[in-house]
Design a protein. Structure first.
Length: 397
C-alpha cells in the first residue's frame, strides 16, 4: 500500500483554477509565501487602523517588512517621503542615483531641498557629502550607470549617524534577488510597472518599511509635530512609530475593478516565476545585442566583463535584474537618429522601456514583458528600420 504524503500547502492551492484575493490572503496568513532565499516569511504585524491592500500585504510579506504603502506613480512615492521628511535647507545624499540628483532641479528646488551626489562613486567621497542636515541616504540597487553600492558599509556608516537609508530596488525586483531590509535598510521602494502589467491595477509604486527606525523625533520636526497633533488617534506605540502607517491616513485609497483584482492576484501568485524569468530574458537579450553589427558594446552587471560583476555576485541572488545598456557603432548623429526612431515609433511598446543617457550616448534598456522570441523579433525589426548616417553606414554595413 502506498504511503500518502500530505502537502504542506493548503488543499485549496492544489485545486485552485482561478485565484481569488481571499486565496492570496489565506496563503500569506498561513506563511506559504517565501522570501528570496526560499525561507518562509515572518508573521506580519496587523495594522487595524490602516489595513494593507493585497499588493502591499504580499510585498511586505516576501520582504519581511512591517508595513507598506502603494501609490499611483514612483514620482509620487518619492515626493511623499521628501515633503514629509525634509524642510527648507535639508538635503538627501545619494551614492549612485543620477535620476534623483536631477529631481532637485525639476521637483523640489523651490522648497529649498537639495540632493547631493559624489562626483566619483567612492565611499570616501560619499561620506563627505553627509552633514547634519542630511535627512536620509538614497541608494539605487543598480544605477543607470551600473554602479552598485556597497550596502553593508554605507548602511553601517548611516547607522552611526542615525540617518535612515532608503533603497530603490526596482531593477532587481521584489523578493527574489535582493532584500534591502535584511541588509538593515529602513525603507525599500519599488517601481512596480517593470514587474506588474497595467492590467494589474493603477498602483505603480510601493514603499515598504521595517520597524527599526523611530521617525517621530526632533530629527524630523514637521513630521513629529503632525504626529503629536494627532497622537490621541493612536492606539499603540508600535503604530505611532510606523512612518507609512501615519502617512497612509491622509492618502486616498487606490481602487481596483474586479477585473484588476483578478489580474493582480494572478500576477502576485506567479511573481517569483515572472521575476526569475525576466532575469533570464535580460541575460539572453544582452547576448543577442552583443552580436548585432550596429552595437559597439553592451553594459550589464551579469556579464563577466562588467567592472561591477563581482559586487553583483556578492549581493544579488538568483539573477542580475532587468536592466542593461548599450552603445552604438558610429557617431553622435547615429545615437540621435536611433533615439528619434525609438521616441517616434517604439517608445510605447509594453515589451521594453528605453532610457537615453545623452552624456555618454548610451541607450538604457529595461526588459518588461514578453518572452525571448517576441523581444528578439522586436529588436530585429527596430534595427532593420534604423538607418545610420554619415561614415558609420560605410564602415559597419
Amino acid at each position: 500500500m502506498k504511503t500518502v504524503t500530505t502537502s504542506t500547502f493548503p488543499s485549496t492551492l492544489t485545486k485552485l483554477t482561478k485565484p481569488t484575493p481571499e486565496t492570496l490572503y489565506s496563503l500569506i496568513d498561513n506563511l506559504q509565501i517565501t522570501d528570496y532565499s526560499g525561507k518562509k516569511s515572518v508573521p506580519l504585524k496587523k495594522e487595524t487602523s490602516s489595513p494593507l491592500s493585497i499588493l502591499e500585504l504580499y510585498l511586505t510579506s516576501i520582504e519581511s517588512g512591517s508595513s507598506a504603502i502603494s501609490l499611483h506613480s514612483f514620482d509620487a512615492a518619492l515626493t511623499l517621503l521628501v515633503v514629509n521628511l525634509l524642510e527648507q535647507g535639508d538635503n538627501i545624499v545619494t551614492y549612485n542615483s543620477q535620476s534623483l540628483y536631477h529631481k532637485q532641479f525639476t521637483h523640489w528646488g523651490h522648497l529649498g531641498i537639495t540632493v547631493k551626489k559624489p562626483q566619483y562613486t567612492t565611499i570616501e567621497q560619499f561620506k563627505q557629502q553627509v552633514n547634519e542636515r542630511t535627512k536620509f541616504i538614497y541608494l539605487e540597487t543598480v544605477s543607470e550607470q551600473h554602479e552598485i553600492p556597497d550596502f553593508q558599509k554605507i548602511i553601517a556608516f548611516a547607522k552611526t549617524l542615525h540617518i535612515p537609508v532608503v533603497v530603490d530596488n526596482s531593477i532587481i525586483g521584489p523578493g527574489y534577488g535582493f532584500n534591502p531590509l535584511k541588509e538593515k535598510a529602513d525603507l525599500v521602494l519599488y517601481n512596480t510597472k517593470h514587474w506588474l502589467s497595467k492590467e494589474a491595477g493603477p498602483a505603480e509604486a510601493v514603499i515598504i518599511e521595517n520597524d527599526h527606525f523611530n521617525w517621530f523625533t526632533d530629527q524630523y520636526p514637521s513630521l513629529n509635530r503632525a504626529a503629536q497633533d494627532s497622537l490621541s488617534s493612536y492606539t499603540s506605540t508600535d503604530t505611532h512609530h510606523s512612518l507609512l502607517g501615519f502617512l497612509k491616513r491622509d492618502l486616498p485609497s487606490i481602487n481596483y475593478s474586479d477585473r484588476q483584482k483578478e489580474q493582480l492576484t494572478n500576477a502576485l501568485l506567479n511573481l517569483k516565476t515572472s521575476v526569475l524569468k525576466k532575469y533570464d530574458i535580460t541575460w539572453e537579450i544582452e547576448k543577442w545585442l552583443k552580436q548585432n553589427k550596429w552595437v559597439d558594446k553592451t553594459n550589464y552587471i551579469g556579464s563577466f566583463d562588467s567592472p561591477y560583476h563581482f559586487k553583483a555576485l556578492t549581493y544579488f541572488h538568483n539573477g542580475y535584474g532587468n536592466y542593461l545598456s548599450f552603445t552604438l557603432n558610429g557617431f553622435e548623429d547615429d545615437f540621435k537618429s536611433f533615439k528619434t526612431l525609438v521616441e517616434n515609433k517604439y517608445a510605447n511598446t509594453p515589451l521594453v522601456e528605453f532610457s537615453f543617457l545623452d552624456q555618454s550616448n548610451e541607450v538604457g534598456l529595461y526588459i518588461r514583458f514578453g518572452d525571448i522570441k517576441t523581444i528578439t523579433e522586436f529588436f530585429h525589426n527596430l534595427f532593420n528600420e534604423y538607418k545610420p548616417t554619415g561614415y558609420s553606414s560605410l564602415f559597419f554595413n
